[in-house]
Design a binder for this molecule. Sequence first.
Ligand code: AMP
Length: 182
Amino acid sequence: MASICVFCGARPGLDPAYEGAATALGTWLAQAGHQLVYGAGDVGLMGHVARACQEAGGDTFGVIPTHLLEMEVGKTDLSRFVVTETMHERKKVMFTNSNAIVVLPGGAGSLDEFFEVLTWRQLGLHAKPLYLLNIQDYWGPLLALVDHVIAQGFANHSLREMITVCADLEELKACLTEDLAD
Ligand code: AMP
C-alpha cells in the first residue's frame, strides 16, 4: 500500500469533468489499496476525492490547520484526522506521510503546494514522483510557463522531467503503479 497525497481545489471548478476526475481518483485509490492523504476539507474537489475514497472503503488521512476547520469544513470522519496550527505544518505532515503527489485542477493553494514540492525536488530534498492530472488540459498554461522559465534560462531542462503529466486517470494509474513498483 502506498500513501498518495492529493492536492486539488477547495472549489469544484466550472467543468464537471474536474469533479468526475476527483471522484474517479478517490474510488481508484481505495480499490488499489492506497491511502489518500489530503487537506481534510469537505468542499470542492477535495470533498469529492475524499467522499469517493471513503465510499469505496478506502483509507483516508486528512490534515487541516485550525483556522480552516470552518471555512473548508473539516472532514472529521476520516480514518485519520489531524489538526495543525499552521499551513506550513499542514503541508509538512501531508508531504512526509506520502510516497507520491498528485495534483488535480485547483487554484492558488494547489499551485502553492505543487510548486513547493517541485522546488524541493529541484533542490534534491526528495525524489517523490509528482503528477499533474491534466484534465481538459487544465494545466496546459502552467506547463507552458514552466517551459518558458526553462527557455529563458531560469531553470534546467531537468525541471520539466520532474513533472509527470497524465491526461486522464488511466494514464495516472499506469504511471503510479509503475513508479511505485520501482
Ligand atoms: P485552492 O487550490 O486555492 O482551492 O486550495 C486548495 C487547498 O490548498 C486548500 O485546502 C487551501 O487551504 C490550501 N492552500 C491555500 N493556500 C495555501 C498556501 N499558501 N499554502 C498551503 N496551502 C494552501
